[in-house]
Every structure is written in structure tokens, then in C-alpha cells.
Ligand binder design. Structure first.
Ligand code: GLN
Length: 197
């Protein structure tokens, strides 16, 4: 059984845990550095990136997460999780792990009242669209050559991207009953296990 850590400092971690369990993985809430060891994957959930960032530093999680990602640990960051993985963050005076070659803008679509839901096309998930819930969401403003865009809004704004073992989504896939993004994440983990053998 795969053991997937879900950073459980603040935000929508319970919903990720439930989806992972539904998909037959063991979900491990992570609050302390030692809880990161021996995981097959890690999810950084949505919430408030400044708060999660502060707590990540306070509990000394950041250097361990950075090392594990550099070693190839598959990571999924959603919304605030995407912000925390980005190399550059516009509108954040706080902290990010700086492990993915993207520049993002916080609260890029506006304030809470500008939160919205929309169907997006994501070819790697098949033909049927994914219902995406954006809550004070960031967007990706720029990216390096090794970053692949997996989904865009109608106007071309990239909202799901991947760089090697890191996947980010600007919205909240854990708040819908569609489990395909989590399944895709678990398939990356499968792939990594096969390579190790
Ligand atoms: N606006 C939040 C931030 O900047 C992210 C919102 C979310 O994760 N839904 O951290």
C-alpha cells in the first residue's frame, strides 16, 4: 500500500486524506519532520500560504521537504500548495520552498467574492472535463522550459502544470468527487517505484 503524506498544518488537508483513502492509499497527516520519512508521495494542500509557510519553517519541515523533492519524491501542490512550491511568488512577502521553476501570482483572480468554478480540459485525464473550483486562487505567470502545462483556462491561463516529480494545480481538486487528478498523481508514484526496481 502506498503511503502518501498530506501536510496537515492548515487548510484543506482532510479532503485530500479522504480521497487518498478512497483510492486505496494510506494517507499520513504530516506535522513534524520525522513524519516525512519513508513516504511514497506528498500533498501540500490549499489554505493560506503565508500561514502554512510560517508553520513549515517553525516546525523545521522545509529543509526535509526540499531534500525529498530533490531526491525525486512525487509532490502534488494545490492552490496555496502551488504557491509554496513556486520559485517566485508575486504578492507574497512570506515564504516559499522554491523547488519548481514557475512564477505565480497570489489571489490573481481577485478576492473571495471572485472565487469561481469552471470546467477545464485536461488531456492527460481523458476527454471529459474536470470541474475546477478556484478559491482566491493563484495563477502561473511564467515558467521554465522543463515545465509542462497540463491544463489551461479558456483564455490560455495555465492552471495545472508539471515539472518532473512536481505537479501543481491552481484550484482545489480535493473538493470535487472527481478523483482523476489524485489518480494521475498516484500513477506518477507507481512509475517512480518501477524505475527504482
Ligand atoms: N489565497 C490563498 C493564498 O494566497 C490561497 C487560497 C487557497 O489555497 N484556496 O495563500
Amino acid at each position: 500500500m502506498k503511503r502518501i503524506g498530506v501536510l496537515a498544518l492548515q487548510g484543506a488537508f482532510i479532503e485530500h486524506i479522504k480521497i487518498l483513502q478512497q483510492l486505496g492509499a494510506k494517507a499520513v497527516p504530516v506535522r513534524l519532520p520525522q513524519e516525512l520519512e519513508g513516504l511514497d508521495g506528498l500533498i501540500i494542500p490549499g489554505g493560506e500560504s503565508t500561514t502554512i509557510g510560517k508553520l513549515m519553517q517553525k516546525y523545521k519541515l522545509s529543509p526535509v521537504i526540499q531534500r525529498l523533492i530533490a531526491e525525486g519524491l512525487p509532490v502534488l501542490g494545490t492552490c496555496a500548495g502551488m504557491i509554496l512550491l513556486a520559485n517566485q511568488v508575486a504578492g507574497l512577502d512570506g515564504y516559499s520552498l522554491k523547488v519548481m521553476d514557475i512564477g505565480v501570482k497570489r489571489n490573481a483572480f481577485g478576492r473571495q467574492v471572485d472565487s469561481f468554478e469552471t470546467d477545464i480540459r485536461m488531456p492527460i485525464l481523458g476527454d471529459s472535463p474536470f470541474h475546477a473550483i478556484f478559491i482566491r486562487a493563484p495563477w502561473i505567470e511564467n515558467m521554465g522550459n522543463d515545465v509542462e502545462i497540463l491544463a489551461q483556462l479558456q483564455d490560455g491561463t495555465p492552471v495545472v502544470a508539471q515539472e518532473g516529480n512536481i505537479i501543481v494545480a491552481a484550484f482545489h481538486p480535493e473538493l470535487t468527487s472527481d478523483t482523476r487528478i489524485h489518480e494521475y498523481f498516484l500513477s506518477l508514484i507507481e512509475g517512480r517505484e518501477k524505475c527504482k526496481k
